[in-house]
Every structure is written in C-alpha cells, then in structure tokens.
Design a protein around this ligand. Structure first.
Ligand code: AMP
Length: 395
C-alpha cells in the first residue's frame, strides 16, 4: 500500500484531495470541523518534510458557480485548525490556479476553489483531471468520503501520477480499520446493523455473513425479519418485497454458523411522534395501530450481553428512532455497551451517517476505537466492492 510515509515531500508540492464538505450554518460559518481536523495529520507531515500542500475539495452540490458553496468561506477555519494562514485561489484550474501553485513556497498551504464548480469533476473528465494534475508533483488522496466516486479529483487524476501517488494518513487508517474488522479480526466478531431499511443493507449483510460470528439486527429493518419468521408487527416499518431476501439471509446465517440476533421486545408507539403513547410489546406480538420505534428493555440487555462478549465490533445504523428522545434508549444502550467492550480491549468501528451522529450526540465518540469519516464509502467497502478512489492508488 502506497502511503504518505513512502515519500519525502522536501521541495515537493503535494496535491491533496481532502473531504472538506463541512456543514455550514445560514451565515456560512462552519458548524463542525471534524473533517478538517481529520485531514490535519497528512497536511502537517508534508509541511514538516519541507514541502507544500495544495488542497482540493468539493463543498455541497452546487449547480455551476454559487457563492454559498465557495470554499472561501472555510479558509479561516482551515487556517485555525492547521495553525498557519492558508492561501486561497478562486478557481481550481487555469492560469490563476497554476500561478498560485507555482508561487507556493515550502511550508505553505493553498486551498483551491470548489471542484464541483466545474461539472467535469463529477463526470470524471480526463482533461479536467489533467489540468488539476499540473498543480502538484505528488498526488495524495485523503478523502474517504468520496473514495467510492470515480470523479476527476478522486480517481481519474491518479493516472497522471503513475509513480507519485499515495494514500493520505486518514484514508490509510480507514482502510486499515475496515481490514481489522473484516479480515484480521479477533473473535468473536459482532456486527450491529440498524437503520430504516433492509434494502439498503442487504449487500452488506450478505458480504459479512461468513466473516462475523454475530449480527445484531435492529431499527426499522428488524421488522421485515420478524415478519418473515411469523411475527405480528402491527404498523411497524416493513418491506414486504424483501421478505424473501430476509429469509435468504436467515438461511445463509444458519449455513455459516452466524448467529442473527433480533429484538425480542420493542417500545411500541401509537404514532410516529415524540408525543405518542408508548407501551412495551413482545417484538412478534405488536398489535395493529402500534409500531415498534425502539428496542425494548429485554432486547437491550440481550444485545449488550452479546456486545460485551465480543472482541471486534462493527456498528452501522441506529437501533431505534434515536432522533426522538423517547425512542433513543436502544441506540444509547448499544453505544454504551460498545464503549465498555472497547475499554475492555475490543476493537470497535462505527460508520454510517446516523450511527456517527448518534455516537456524537450521546458523547461516546472518544470511547470508540475508530469512527469512519465515510458513510456511503464505508457501506460499499462492507459490501465487498473495490472503491475506484482506492483502486486508482493501488494500480
Ligand atoms: P438508515 O439511513 O437506513 O441507516 O436509517 C436511519 C434512520 O432509521 C434513522 O433516522 C432512524 O430514525 C430510523 N429508524 C430506526 N429505527 C426505526 C424504526 N423502528 N422505525 C422507523 N425508523 C427507524
């Protein structure tokens, strides 16, 4: 694996694809610097070697050039996080960008304007990628969040650096963490898969089923499994067109000696609402007019027990509608159980937008071994796919 440590950046300009797609408030202030912090070690290593760093990223989904998506708005925060004044150039290609790049001195950092102001970025245009490639001597990809996209700056650009390309420290860590869970794991391995729909996680479950000992299935997707096993699920979320897939997964689990753990009780609600009436029901006896919106108390004890026994833990997707306080307990208890297991020496990896949001909301982030920075990218890796951005560096 080509990593940053294989190169000495002295007198070199590194062109780095970072993921600075950060949230901004209505006054265009950055509200969460996690992604900028995550890229900092890579940038600092290059500067410490005696090189310079040219940062390129997308921000949001602009339709052409739109001021609210300008990376100009984040220059101040990037400068604060990295600890030096970052320069900015208001285009990512062309004379202006080339001049700014060539004037850059060792120890300096230049941020390019939003890549997606050019539609050629997303279409993976080769000429556009070549123009970007002219700005630097070594290409570094440190953007896991976009590694599953074959965009110009994430994938196509790599062909212009046949020898001089590598993973940044963040991307290398993402790959290593997933590898620890899927291929080098200490047993027992437990995957907790939650969220709304089975359909979005089918390929993940099928790919990991022979690599893990336990799969805890929670959240809305659990009801499709409970229904196929003959349970009464009332008005709970269900995908009737996925009942056969759920059955296939149960069969595959049996054939692989993988234990599937489903909720045995649920917090039922008479409406999808914070003000709903609630009642605990056995998960397979939910009356009509009621829907399961969180794991029940017996389930929480059972799931926590499985997690406590585990040496490797993967968590993707909430166990209930954690956005509503009334239905957050299952997700909190899972988070606490993983935090405790991690303290006892287990390796825990959390990924996927909603589980990461939950872990942050419940102040558990620093108690996990690793929190992935890529939702879609992580899911695709868990599905066993080769991500184009990763393949482009490996080739
Ligand atoms: P996903 O994007 O598929 O990971 O799903 C995340 C969403 O699933 C969150 O917004 C949760 O509120 C929702 N969710 C979790 N459990 C349930 C449930 N029992 N019923 C409906 N939605 C749920």
């Amino acid at each position: 694996m080509n990593t940053l440590h294989d190169f000495n950046f002295e007198n070199k300009k590194a062109i780095i694809r970072v993921d600075f797609n950060v949230p901004l408030d209505e006054n265009l202030n950055v509200t969460d610097t996690t992604r900028i912090n995550a890229a900092k070690p890579t940038i600092l290593k290059i500067l410490e070697d005696g090189g310079s760093a040219i940062l390129m990223s997308h921000l949001g989904r602009p339709k052409g050039v739109e001021d609210k998506f300008s990376l100009q708005h984040i220059v101040k925060v990037v400068s604060e996080v990295i600890g030096i004044q970052v320069k900015f150039v208001s285009n990512c290609i062309g004379d202006e960008a080339e001049n700014a790049a060539s004037e850059l001195e060792n120890g300096e950092v230049l941020l390019l304007e939003n890549l997606r102001f050019h539609p050629e970025e997303k279409s993976g245009d080769k000429n556009f990628a070549e123009k970007l490639s002219k700005l630097g001597d070594i290409y570094v990809n440190d953007a896991f969040g976009t590694a599953h996209r074959a965009h110009a700056s994430t994938t196509i650009i790599a062909q212009f650096f046949p020898e001089n390309k590598c993973f940044g420290l963040l991307l290398a860590k993402e790959i290593a963490s997933l590898n620890t869970v899927l291929n080098n794991s200490k047993k027992p391995v437990t995957a907790i898969i939650g969220g709304a729909k089975v359909s979005s996680k089918i390929d993940v479950i099928k790919n990991i089923i022979d690599k893990v000992d336990n799969i805890i299935i929670g959240g809305g997707m659990g009801f499709t499994f409970i229904k196929v096993k003959g349970g009464k699920i009332g008005d709970s979320l269900v995908e009737n067109d996925k009942l056969d897939v759920a059955q296939e997964i149960l069969n595959l689990a049996k054939a692989n000696n993988t234990r599937i753990h489903l909720p045995i009780d649920v917090i039922g609600a008479d409406a999808f609402s914070e003000t709903a009436n609630t009642q605990v029901f056995p998960a397979n006896q939910i009356p009509d007019g009621w829907q399961g919106l969180d794991a029940g108390p017996k389930t929480n004890v059972g799931f926590s027990f499985v997690i406590a026994e585990s040496k490797t833990i993967l968590w993707n997707g909430p166990i209930g509608v954690f956005e509503m306080e009334k239905f957050a307990k299952g997700t909190i208890e899972i988070g606490n159980a993983i935090a405790e297991a991690t303290e006892d020496g287990a390796f825990s990896l959390v990924g996927g937008g909603d589980s990461v949001a939950a872990v942050k909301q419940f102040n558990l982030a620093d108690k996990m071994s690793y929190i992935s920075t890529g939702g879609g990218a992580m899911l695709e890796m868990l599905e066993g796919k080769t991500l184009p951005g990763i393949a482009a560096i490996m080739n």
